[in-house]
Write a protein that binds this ligand. Structure first.
Ligand code: SF4
Length: 342
């Protein structure tokens, strides 16, 4: 038995929250995989304590501000990939059909997003990776947005070539989203048309080009608690600037359409655990929150989350922007301002 194993055994003798208070809250060192698993296995009666600690960690290492983002789909549906959760795959009989947005509509959405107080605007396309037509649209769209409104532009366009990474960085895209979606060990059960490693390669190029890395995933896709902890540790190793956390919203017609909705307490345990594994990251509430947490969204905001998406999600309706903004006001959490790097 090596020192790591001994370390793990010693840890088990100490309460994980006591240990996390000293390690994460005081020193800013994220949970290890085995520590994350111990948090995910905490009983319901310890959930308030876990959420409280995660909130303290968020306040200590990120502060009270909440980053607000709007997202818009430039190209919807008809994707050739087979991500089993996704109603935008063209391989399943899901109701989302292929459609493109024009540049004036894109700019209008960016202006409206900024008017809510949001500082981030993410352009998303349902593709394996961009083709020449999409890159042209993105180039024109980003230029037009930057001329019309002060907002930071992010993109989520699938897997990229080095040339595409360089071009996005050059036109001023400051953050790139590409989710690893789930633990490496679970990925082949979720996607068969590309690999976890292919996704990782894009993230490495994005980081090297100087763009911020946004990488998260979806919980509740049949992964075990061990795999949930594995995913938290794999994300932590990547040191992403932002982690969007989605909860599976089982869409009719997709292979995961019959999976159960994740229980609210499991979702809250996961939020707090991911915060403890990633003390400094922007941890964003993304899709599936309404169906999983309902009115418990506030508990998530007080359990480690420090970013939200306003308005509509990509394929299912989120909540009206004002509801989220009202919630942040109730919680006395200020909106993050535009960074001076603009
Ligand atoms: S998650 Fe992205 S890559 Fe996968 S099917 Fe949906 S749009 Fe395509």
């Amino acid at each position: 038995m090596g020192p790591d194993r001994l370390g793990g055994v010693t840890e088990l003798l100490v309460d994980v929250l006591e240990l996390a208070r000293e390690q994460v809250l005081e020193r800013g060192v994220g949970l290890t995989e085995s520590q994350a698993l111990a948090c995910l296995q905490l009983p319901d009666d310890r959930l308030p304590e876990l959420l409280q600690l995660a909130h303290e960690v968020r306040m200590a290492w990120c502060g009270p501000e909440v980053e607000v983002e709007g997202i818009i789909s430039l190209k919807t549906g008809g994707c050739p990939e087979d991500c089993h959760f996704c109603s935008q795959s063209g391989l399943f009989p899901s109701p989302v059909r292929a459609a493109w947005l024009d540049i004036p509509s894109l700019v209008k959405a960016a202006v409206e997003t900024r008017a809510t107080g949001a500082t981030e605007f993410c352009i998303v396309a349902a593709v394996r990776g961009p083709d020449a037509r999409l890159m042209t649209q993105v180039r024109e769209g980003v230029t037009a947005i930057r001329e019309a409104v002060d907002i930071q532009v992010a993109c989520s366009l699938g897997m990229l070539t080095q040339e595409q990474v360089d071009e996005l960085a050059a036109i001023g895209v400051h953050r790139y989203n590409h989710n690893l979606e789930t633990a490496r060990s679970h990925f082949p059960n979720v996607v068969t048309t590309h690999t976890w490693e292919e996704r990782f390669d894009t993230l490495s190029m994005v980081r090297a080009a100087g763009m911020e890395v946004c990488c998260g995933g979806i919980l509740g896709m049949g992964e075990t608690l061990e795999q949930r902890a594995e995913f938290a540790a794999q994300l932590a190793a990547l040191e992403p600037d932002e982690v969007p956390l989605n909860f599976l919203n089982p869409r009719p017609g997709t292979p995961f359409g019959d999976l159960p909705v994740m229980a609210a307490n499991d979702a809250l345990r996961a939020i707090a655990t991911f915060r403890l594994a990633l003390p400094r990251t922007i941890l964003r509430f993304a899709g599936g929150r309404e169906i999983t947490l309902g009115d418990l969204a506030k508990d998530g905001m007080l359990g480690g989350i420090n970013a939200v998406i306003v308005g509509n999600y990509l394929t299912t309706l989120g909540r009206p922007a004002t509801e989220d903004l009202d919630m942040l006001q109730d919680l006395k959490m200020p909106l993050k301002g535009l960074s001076s790097s603009l």
